[in-house]
Design a protein around this ligand. Sequence first.
Ligand code: DC
Length: 222
Amino acid sequence: MIGIAIDGPAGAGKSYLARTVAKRLGYIYVDTGALYRTVALAMAERSVDIADAEAVVAQLSTVSVTLDYAEDGSQHVYLNGRDVSSEIRMPEISMGASRVSAIPGVRSFLLDLQRNMAATHNVVMDGRDIGTVILPHADVKIFLCANERARAKRRYLELCEKGVQTTLEAVESEMLARDRNDSTRKVAPAVPAADAVILDNSDLDREGTVEAALAIIADKLA
Ligand code: DC
């Protein structure tokens, strides 16, 4: 099986890139952020204090997170059998996901699901620790990044398209707080793997980013 890892901070365009590359190559796209978002949603629905790691971990025996794929290749994520793919995109779930993802018990809870997907399919997997922890032997590792303003603008426009009322400043400060959380946590911090190719797309559009990534992939798989 071939594994392509795409890691990087929020708003770098990982999901568009991973989804598009997966489609072009005929691989499955695994959006691992959706898994942490689903755990965060479960905790919010159960009114669990996510600052209390023990309380969060105690819930996990009654939380089931599963994935499947629609005919168009889009990933659907289920919380105890309920499709929560749209709900987990709410901005308030983003910070919750970042906070639960710093809990080691949550990371180990989601580890097998991610590794099993890669063991049974050719995958393009995006996240924060795919190249460092989940698939340390991935065939290709790309760390996608862009400057803060560019990332905040992209995330802001994405939310506007979905009809979410917010401001560029609010999006930027939430995004930076989340990045700080994700890159400084003790377990699986969001840092590039030593053998990752760094792709800075601050000055590239979506198609330019896809072309640059496909060139890296072709080179690595050659
Ligand atoms: O990619 P995203 O914005 O949907 O991810 C939501 C949060 O989940 C992110 O802030 C950190 C966490 N996450 C993680 O810790 N490891 C991953 N592989 C993917 C996401």
